[in-house]
Write a protein that binds this ligand. Structure first.
Ligand SMILES: *[C@@H]1O[C@H](CO)[C@@H](O)[C@H](O)[C@H]1NC(C)=O
Ligand SMILES: *[C@@H]1O[C@H](CO)[C@@H](O)[C@H](O)[C@H]1NC(C)=O
Length: 136
């Protein structure tokens, strides 16, 4: 799960950009619905990633994305690392993704998987993936 490394200036971290999430029908390339076994590790950025999950889950709780679609959001971690969060809607009935469901689903891919992971959780497929580089 290694995306191309972006040679970005390291200084531009003063603004907290909140770009619109991209909701796409493209499947997040999930081979295993489990912990990833290759790619970047959380390393020293695990608690940073947990803080980003709080931002994600606060943003997503009012967001609608229909069945089969992904809610994706990238957050910068350290200067050379980022985390890609993706939540796919598997539900065929009207229901919101609550903050608690989001935090439980995302949280265990962070705390339970050294390199992130992807898993089905309730009505959602949740992915938390540390990657090299910074968000575009
Ligand atoms: C998930 O998809 C279903 C069916 O399209 C929809 O009714 C539901 O509201 C969606 N959930 C979210 C959180 O958007
Ligand atoms: C991540 O960092 C890059 C490089 O500094 C910046 O261009 C981008 O806007 C940042 N993205 C987010 C989501 O913070």
């Amino acid at each position: 799960m290694r995306l191309s490394t972006l040679l970005a200036p390291l200084a531009a971290t003063s603004t907290l950009a909140m770009p619109a999430p991209d909701a796409t029908t493209a499947d997040a390339t999930i081979q295993k619905r489990a912990c990833f076994t290759s790619g970047e590790t959380w390393g020293g950025d695990r608690s940073n990633a947990e803080n980003k999950a709080i931002s994600l889950c606060n943003a997503i709780k009012d967001y609608s994305f229909s069945a089969g679609r992904n809610y994706h959001r990238c957050y910068n971690l350290s200067s050379r690392k980022k985390v890609d969060f993706t939540i796919k809607n598997h539900s065929d009935s009207a229901r919101k993704l609550t903050y608690g469901e989001c935090m439980t689903g995302i949280g265990r891919e962070i705390s339970g998987c050294g390199q992130g992971g992807a898993r089905d959780y309730l009505y959602w497929r949740v992915t938390a993936d540390p990657n090299a580089g910074q968000c575009a």
